[in-house]
Design a binder for this molecule. Sequence first.
Ligand code: SAM
Ligand code: SF4
Length: 327
Amino acid sequence: MLIDNHNRKINYLRLAVTDRCNLRCNYCMPSEGINFAKNNKLFTIEELVKLSEIVVSQGIDKIRITGGEPFVRKDLMVLLRKLAVLNGLNDISITTNATLIGPYISELKQLGITNINVSLDAINKETFNKITRRDTYDTVYSNLIKLISEGFNVRINFIVLDGQNTEDIISILELMKHYNVSIRFLEEMPFNGGSKEFSTIKWDYKSIFNHIKTAFPKIEKLESPATSTSINYKIKGHKSTFGLIPSFSRTFCGSCNRLRISATGDVITCLYAKPSNNLRAILREGNSDEAVKQQILKAVGSRAKTGFEAQKKYDGIFSNSMTSIGG
Ligand code: SAM
Ligand code: SF4
């Protein structure tokens, strides 16, 4: 079992399988993209399987596949088929922009992969196109509805962007009210060269809540698991639920159970922390599984207590893009 230096059990890995993406969400990366890693700096599928086996042997029982856009990797299903039969791995989840998932939906279901987070920051097509800088709304929406109808456990991630999509907050709740889905509103984090200070964030989780409460006064708070990053609610008469994720306010660090591995193999023990050791290099140098385990233990043994503490030590954090970290 992995226990960090603040006595938190780590059982959840967010694994970025690529830094490439077919969209260019303006809060995530610039229109021209980022300096994408060379192909040989990304893990091969065999390496991702090996790494997953090692972390699962250390007590990780949940892996979320993220990116970049996971489905831009043509060999993604090869990885998912292997993970689906990995003993000890109880939960495989995927975070996707849902542009390319369509052809794989039935196989995902067969593999028992049911937890899918879909990023959808607008339901107004024009707003969606402006934010993502691509014209894929119809495909995303149709895949989203297909996933929900097929019985997947779908959560929509909606980043609240001041001056861009706040008009869609109430509309998406209305649109989804008859569906079995959770809509999670996330605070924007100033990644990708942003220079915003925490004190200036307008749409923090409290103001998002107040905004929703004005339109829907009958809101009930739901019980959430201790390790959940979202505070969850139900609006009276709605089948859907909604959640607020204080990504920037960071109210959830005390129960953080997660570890990240970036697309190029960096171990990231907190979204706000400087990446530590690189596992790709260690795997490729032909080291034993034990050597990889030791590196993971080293990283887990020196985690910051909170995202604020991590950020104090690392002022380069916001010049990164989430596309290599995986969100
Ligand atoms: N491409 C996939 C997607 O968009 O779902 C997976 C990777 S994306 C980097 C993972 C998550 O990070 C998405 O939900 C995205 O909205 C979120 N994200 C990216 N940049 C962010 C930012 N600046 N602030 C908050 N969340 C961000
Ligand atoms: Fe791509 Fe996801 Fe970043 Fe949007 S948030 S650009 S879909 S990686």
